[in-house]
Write a protein that binds this ligand. Structure first.
Ligand SMILES: [Ca+2]
Length: 263
C-alpha cells in the first residue's frame, strides 16, 4: 500500500486472511505515538449483502458500530472475525477499537416455511411479498402451485412451463428396410415406406440444468407402488433436454412417471 503519513510514516499492510465485505489494514506506528487503528471496510460487491461503513482511523478504545445490510430476499446470519463471543449475531455490531479489527458479515437466502422456496426465486418472477401464501397459488393456471414450480424450476407465471413428458413412444434402431404397398383406392399408386426395428422406448422431456430427475415405474393397478427404473435415476442435463432411448420392457412395466428434485 506504500507509505501513509499520520503524522509519521506508517506502513499499511493488508491482512492476508480476509476478503469480501471487510478488510483490515494494520497500521504500524512506532512509539511514543498512541496507537491508531483502522477498520477498513467496503460495500460488498456480492449478491447477498453489504456493510454500512467504509472504515477509517480510530483512537485507542474508541467504540465503533458496524451494521450488516442484507440484500432483498436475504437475511443477516452472523459475523466472523474479531467479534467477542456471544456477539456474533448482533446487528449492528458494537466494537471497541483496542487493536486492528476485521469483521465479515454473512448472509443467507430467506426461504418460505410453506413448501420451502427461496424468496429470491419468487422475486425473479415478480412475486415480491406474501411469500408464504404465494407458494400455494397458481398464477399461471397450469395446476402446479408456485412452490412446486420451484422444485421443477419452471416458470410459475407461464402456463406452458411445468414438468411434463414431451415424447414417449417407440425408439427405432438403425436396422431399417423398405416396405412397399399399393393404395387400395384409385389411383392405386405404389407407396414405399422405410421401416426400422423397434429397439426400445423413447422417453424425452425438457429438463432444467439445475435439477435431478428419476424415472419411476409401476406394474400394478391401482397405481401406487412406484419404483425407480434401474439405471434411470439421478439424471441431469447440460442442454435443457433429457432423451432416453433405452427404456425397455414397456409392456411389463406398464406405467412410467418422472420425478424431479434438487441436487
Ligand atoms: Ca408454470
Amino acid at each position: 500500500m506504500g507509505c501513509f503519513w499520520v503524522p509519521r510514516c506508517f506502513q499499511l499492510q493488508e491482512a492476508a486472511n480476509f476478503s469480501g465485505t471487510q478488510k483490515v489494514f494494520h497500521a504500524h506506528a512506532p512509539p511514543p505515538f498512541s496507537p491508531l487503528f483502522v477498520l477498513a471496510s467496503r460495500p460488498s460487491a456480492g449478491p447477498n449483502g453489504s456493510v454500512d461503513r467504509v472504515g477509517g482511523w480510530f483512537t485507542n478504545n474508541e467504540p465503533v458500530s458496524v451494521e450488516a445490510l442484507p440484500d432483498a430476499y436475504y437475511h443477516f446470519t452472523n459475523w466472523t472475525g474479531d467479534v467477542e463471543a456471544g456477539a456474533e449475531q448482533d446487528n449492528p455490531l458494537n466494537l471497541v477499537m483496542d487493536g486492528p479489527k476485521a469483521v465479515m458479515a454473512h448472509f443467507a437466502a430467506s426461504w418460505t416455511t410453506n413448501s420451502p422456496t427461496p424468496h429470491w426465486w419468487l422475486g425473479q418472477f415478480g412475486i415480491t411479498d406474501h411469500f408464504e401464501v404465494a407458494v400455494f397459488a397458481d398464477p399461471d393456471g397450469d395446476t402446479i402451485p408456485t412452490g412446486d414450480e420451484f422444485t421443477m424450476n419452471t416458470d410459475p407465471t407461464n402456463g406452458l412451463s411445468f414438468l411434463s413428458v414431451a415424447h414417449i413412444g417407440n425408439a427405432y434402431g438403425t436396422n431399417c428396410y423398405e416396405s412397399v404397398w399399393t393404395n387400395s383406392e384409385p389411383p392405386y399408386e405404389e407407396v414405399t415406406q422405410t421401416v426400422c426395428d423397434v429397439v426400445g422406448l423413447l422417453l424425452s422431456w425438457p429438463a432444467d440444468t439445475g435439477r435431478v430427475y428419476d424415472v419411476e415405474f409401476d406394474t400394478d393397478h391401482p397405481w401406487g407402488n412406484w419404483v425407480p427404473v434401474e439405471g434411470l435415476t439421478n439424471l441431469t442435463t447440460d442442454t435443457g433436454w433429457i432423451s432416453i432411448t433405452n427404456v425397455t420392457d414397456a409392456e411389463a412395466l406398464k406405467l412410467y412417471r418422472l420425478r424431479v428434485h434438487q441436487p
